[in-house]
Design a protein around this ligand. Structure first.
Ligand SMILES: CC(C)(COP(=O)(O)OP(=O)(O)OC[C@H]1O[C@@H](n2cnc3c(N)ncnc32)[C@H](O)[C@@H]1OP(=O)(O)O)[C@@H](O)C(=O)NCCC(=O)NCCS
Length: 183
């Protein structure tokens, strides 16, 4: 899918939100590794990233050509500072085709400027355009900022998984399961 919008940030700068393309392979890899090293709230650790720049290029090409998936980059002053995307749960199964998953991360240096909300809204708009009926996500229960963002955009909690993640330090991370009806 394609997407391109600009939005004004809280500090007066402009943020470009656009779908990633093959040429963003290195930038996406860099922002993935950076953001996954900045928080303990994401699914994978930075050192678990097995993707190469070639893998990212292939991934971004597929996303750009896909009628139902997208990876949106947030770009400030020419640098990729965050990304978010939607991905079909399972397009091969008719009963699951209405559901998509949402994921997001923003460079910590750019938190609190409105980028997370802008990316979330862009993904919701793309999910509607793609014809999904429900957008879903799992979020660590302690991730108050993300939960506040999701709730304010209409996501509701439908369940919890107390042993969702087992962190390296040995503690459980409870997951809040959220969904947004799109119709
Ligand atoms: C969650 C995340 C995407 C938010 O991005 P962001 O750019 O800082 O978000 P925004 O500036 O657009 O803020 C959106 C809303 O988030 C909430 N929020 C942001 N920072 C917050 C904080 N420190 N405490 C409480 N709520 C906060 C607020 O509701 C805010 O809305 P408001 O500005 O109207 O008050 C970002 O913190 C992040 O990337 N975290 C690490 C990765 C992650 O946790 N991803 C989600 C996995 S499920």
């Amino acid at each position: 899918m394609e997407y391109c919008e600009t939005t004004a940030l809280k500090d007066g700068r402009t943020c470009l939100l656009r779908n990633g393309t093959e040429a963003d392979d290195k930038a996406l890899l860099d922002i993935f590794v950076l953001t996954h090293g900045q928080t303990d709230y994401l699914l994978t650790y930075a050192d678990e990233c097995a993707m190469t720049a070639e893998d990212e290029a292939r991934y971004l090409k597929e996303k750009a050509e896909s009628p139902h998936d997208i990876e949106i980059l947030a770009i400030v002053d020419g640098a990729v500072v965050g990304s978010a995307g939607i991905e079909a749960l399972d397009t091969a199964k008719e009963k699951l085709r209405h559901r998509a998953e949402f994921g997001i991360s923003v460079d910590r240096a750019y938190w609190g400027l409105g980028i997370g909300r802008a990316l979330t809204r862009a993904c919701i708009a793309c999910a509607r355009k793609a014809g999904y009926r429900q957008l879903e996500l799992d979020v660590v229960a302690e991730n108050a900022a993300a939960i506040a963002l999701y709730q304010s955009e209409g996501f509701v909690e439908w369940g919890r998984n107390p042993r969702g993640f087992l962190a390296r330090e040995g503690h459980w991370q409870e997951l809040v399961l959220m969904r947004l009806e799109l119709d």
